[in-house]
Write a protein that binds this ligand. Structure first.
Ligand code: GLN
Length: 489
């Protein structure tokens, strides 16, 4: 069946006015998933029973005359590295192919507490390692704009599901761009919150000093609604911040008059496709027309970020992934002794990219190389943070491309890891500095979406959502997701 791209607010109105029931809506989405998911491969696992039970609970609340939270009854997809109690959580890996968590992540508890409806688990690059979703043990997710192309990664499933209208919103995680890149490639909105803004409890760790959970949706307002639900201190995550959480929807319509916006020259030069730079610049010019003051700035250590990231992230991953030894949990391949068992388990059940990262990470942490690689990368991280601190002394937000180009073809970059890593040049510095960043669509190149990122000061999600909302209105991209091929089905 065809289905309009409902916003969260529209669904809330439909439910409260009793024009539809949460159960009927849930059934419609489940039916669409059956029809569309075989081509798009956005879901690794669906949970029809759990979703319908949650939807029926919403209908009971309505019948009892209770007030509904805006997310109540709204169908969502959760990336498959976020634990869901009694629902398989694979991380896109064979090693966790049968893993059913005994508990839910804090963000999932929060979605359940407001009676959200979780349709299933989103496809992803194995353990979040990748930029295209091609490193999934469950096959690549496919871009709803053109299924021969990648969705971007690693949270390809949630981004594609929102773009194909087989979920209204979703949760992903972003270690080096994994929310923003797929948002950009799929023409949807995605936010990587400040490190510490959202609890990571129950997020399967990739690189713990960089990982952060955040939302996807078709509009900035919907992302703000989701942020209101998932943000805030969690005693179960010692890195979650005690900072108070504002209402992210309150200031959305305040406009951009008087705001200072920096355009870092390092993000518009070599390696960035000129048409992509032009689309981002055009959006900045429109924000200037609305009263923002756009100026060129410099973030001089940008060129070192990628190399430093691909030392720090694998180093942390090599430690985090040591727990998959075939003993305590995860799948196992038996061997003659414990060493043989562990070797077989790890070499056969981890994919090639994950094994590459473990080897890289182990190498850079080994004695003799620790100082030359890992320690030096940490120093670069500090310099990158310093660049942003200096910039934010004179500007309120920074605008840059999300990815250097539009979505590439499936298979185009799989043989060349370094070219694949280059996909992340504009997103990685933000994770290194722990900053919030919002990705929104800002135009089409070759008929495919181009993204714009708005980077803010620590904990300034409300400000970048405000700028993003204004940009979304004047760019006129909102709702264009209707034009995706799968979305029109
Ligand atoms: N592409 C990057 C990587 O492979 C970032 C992925 C992510 O943010 N999880 O590490």
């Amino acid at each position: 069946m065809t289905m309009p791209y409902y916003s969260i607010g529209e669904i809330h109105t439909l439910l409260v006015s009793r024009e539809t029931s949460a159960e009927a809506l849930c059934r419609d989405y489940l039916e669409r998933i059956e029809k569309i998911n075989p081509e798009i491969n956005a879901y690794i696992t669906t949970d029809p029973d759990g979703a319908l039970n949650a939807a029926r609970a919403v209908d009971r609340l309505l019948a009892a005359g209770e007030d509904l939270h805006p997310l109540a009854g709204v169908p969502a997809i959760i990336k498959d590295n976020i634990c869901t109690r009694m629902l398989r959580t694979t991380c896109g890996s064979r090693i966790l192919g049968q893993f059913v968590p005994p508990y839910s992540a804090t963000v999932v508890e929060r979605v359940n507490a407001v009676h959200g409806v979780i349709l299933g688990k989103g496809n992803m690059d194995e353990f979040g390692m990748g930029s295209s979703n091609e490193n999934s043990a469950f096959g690549p997710a496919r871009n709803p704009w053109d299924p021969t192309r990648v969705t971007g990664g690693s949270s390809g499933g949630p981004a594609a599901a929102v773009a194909a209208n087989i979920a209204v919103w979703g949760l992903g995680s972003d270690t080096g761009g994994s929310i923003r890149t797929p948002a950009s490639f799929c023409g949807v909105v995605g936010m990587k919150p400040t490190y510490g803004r959202v609890s990571r409890y129950g997020l399967v760790a990739y690189a713990s000093s960089l990982d952060q959970i955040g939302p996807f949706a078709a509009s900035v307002e919907d992302v703000a609604i989701a942020m209101n639900c998932i943000s805030g201190y969690d005693p179960a995550d010692s890195t979650s911040a005690r900072t108070s959480v504002p209402d992210f929807c309150a200031g959305l319509k305040k406009g951009v008059r008087g705001l200072k916006i920096g355009l870092p020259r390092e993000y518009f030069g070599e390696g960035i496709r000129p048409e992509v730079s032009a689309a981002v610049m055009a959006a900045a010019a429109k924000l200037s027309d609305q009263g923002a003051e756009c100026t060129e700035i410099s973030l001089p250590h940008t060129e070192y970020a990628l190399a430093a990231y691909y030392i720090i992230a694998p180093a942390e991953a090599s430690s985090n992934l040591a727990r998959y030894d075939g003993v305590s949990y995860g799948s196992r391949i038996d061997g003659d002794d414990i060493i043989a068992m562990s070797c077989k388990t790890r070499s056969r059940l981890f994919g090639m990219e994950v094994q590459r990262r473990i080897m890289l990470g182990t190498y850079v942490l080994s004695s003799g190389y620790y100082d030359a690689y890992y320690l030096r990368a940490l120093k670069i991280r500090r310099l990158i943070k310093g660049d942003f601190d200096r910039a934010f002394a004179s500007v309120d937000a920074i605008i840059a491309p999300v990815v250097p180009d539009v979505a590439f073809r499936i298979g185009e970059k799989t043989d060349d890891p370094l070219t694949m890593y280059m996909t992340d040049v504009c997103t990685i510095p933000v994770n290194m500095a722990g900053l919030p960043s919002l990705a929104i669509p800002c135009g089409l190149v070759d008929g495919l979406p181009v993204g714009l990122q708005i980077i803010g000061r620590p904990m300034a999600e409300a400000e970048i959502l405000q700028i993003g909302h204004c940009a979304e209105q004047i760019i006129g991209f909102a709702g264009i997701a209707n034009k995706t091929k799968a979305g029109a089905l």
